[in-house]
Ligand binder design. Structure first.
Ligand code: SF4
Length: 141
């Protein structure tokens, strides 16, 4: 659901493996966990220190120096996260979700899953969608 198709994953990893910042022995972008600050094309960037065979699978992930980009708009996800943070915690009744909040949640879900589901009034569907997004945000944002 939150991972890119195999072809794109391979493209990203090919770019990383050819990159001077890629550490082949640890498979990380720069120093594992810590990363470091580098100058690339006259701009300063901080390398993420991530394990790239894992990070490159994620739709929301992007290269530390923009050699490859996310497939999901991060702003769209942050908007949905703000809405989810305002809602009651998992297990409690959701209450009313206004139109703007519904759009933010729905758009983020569609962008991450690639599903073309229409917005509806099914509360079970909304709860499911919200819980899946929350799990994703806990892991990724
Ligand atoms: S994420 Fe970007 S900077 Fe890091 S190793 Fe891959 S291509 Fe290089």
């Amino acid at each position: 659901m939150f991972t890119v198709r195999n072809e794109l994953y391979r493209e990203r990893m090919d770019i990383c493996r050819r990159c001077k910042y890629f550490q082949a022995h640890t498979q990380t972008c720069g120093t594992p966990v810590i990363g470091e600050t580098v100058t690339y094309r006259r701009k300063e960037y901080h390398l993420c220190g991530c394990i790239m065979p894992i990070k490159a699978k994620l739709k929301v992930a992007s290269c530390s120096v923009n050699k490859w980009l996310p497939t999901v708009d991060r702003e769209l996800l942050m908007k949905a996260k703000e809405v989810l943070d305002r809602l009651p915690p998992e297990g409690q009744r959701l209450g009313r979700i206004n139109e703007e909040e519904q759009i933010a949640i729905h758009d983020a879900y569609v962008a991450l899953t690639g599903m073309k589901a229409k917005r509806n009034t099914c509360s079970t569907c909304w709860t499911k969608m919200i819980n899946r997004l929350r799990t994703h945000f806990d892991d990724e944002l």
